[in-house]
Design a protein around this ligand. Structure first.
Ligand code: ZN
Length: 245
């Protein structure tokens, strides 16, 4: 399983685009697509048929406003296979509303291209399984576990972890989690110190932290020192960093 951290920023960081991660097994899945993601994605890959699915964790602009331009360029460039948008039951309504505002009649162009797959607990998509759990965020957010026969990766979307998401993360090969601050507890977000405790208490093999608040990002050295002192397998991926699990 190949993981590409396309972009690792929060909503308003001038130096880092919105968090978006690409999972590549046989199927290619994009996790979230905020307003600053499409350009980064096109620089990475211009094949209109490259993606098989896009998972949307929640309806904040920095996690899904990039969908209309991404889809319109796929159509312009001649996509000829289905693309599945995966998320909660209101996903179709939200995406159509956004497309109508952004590019009128885009829904007609995409009629034969996009499909929607609602996930409640667990669903199968191609060779992969998707399982979701709700985190504590200011709007409904799904953390997701994506697994094949032998590997599993979790992505938090946004939100503080809770019993439900902790049990989703348990025994995963990699957990990709938002880390908004170093030690300040902000409602609806996770911080480094709590994530270190999570990693220590649960059997997570590797923990990648992204979506750092722009002010916390300025203290990257301090963050890396805290991580080193923890002795745990935790890292802050750089944009476009790629790992295999
Ligand atoms: Zn959010």
């Amino acid at each position: 399983m190949k993981i590409v951290f396309l972009s690792v920023g929060e909503a308003f960081d001038k130096n880092f685009a919105n968090t978006s991660v690409l999972i590549q097994v046989k199927s290619k899945i994009l996790l979230d697509c905020g307003y600053s993601v499409p350009q980064i994605f096109w620089k990475y890959n211009t094949d209109p048929n490259f993606l098989d699915g896009i998972f949307i964790s929640h309806f904040h602009a920095d996690h899904y406003f990039g969908i209309p331009p991404l889809l319109l360029r796929m159509w312009e460039d001649g996509r000829n296979k289905p693309l599945t948008l995966i998320g909660r039951n209101s996903l179709k309504k939200q995406i159509f509303k956004l497309m109508e505002m952004g590019f009128r009649n885009l829904d007609e162009k995409l009629e034969n291209i996009i499909r929607f797959l609602e996930v409640k607990n667990r669903i199968k998509f191609n060779e992969l399984c998707f399982e979701v759990a709700s985190s504590d965020h200011s709007v409904n957010n799904f953390a997701v576990k994506i697994f094949s026969d032998d590997k599993s990766v979790c992505y938090s979307g946004n939100g503080m972890f809770n019993d439900e998401t902790i049990s989703l993360y348990e025994n995963s090969d990699l957990v990709i989690h938002e880390c908004y601050t170093i030690d300040k507890r902000i409602r609806g977000h996770a911080n480094l110190m709590d994530l270190i405790n999570l990693s220590r208490m649960s059997n997570i093999k590797r923990l990648a932290l992204l979506h750092l608040n722009r002010k916390a990002r300025k203290e990257k050295e301090k963050i890396e020192q805290i991580i080193r002192q923890s002795g745990l397998s935790i890292f802050l991926p750089e944009p476009l960093e790629t790992i295999n699990i």
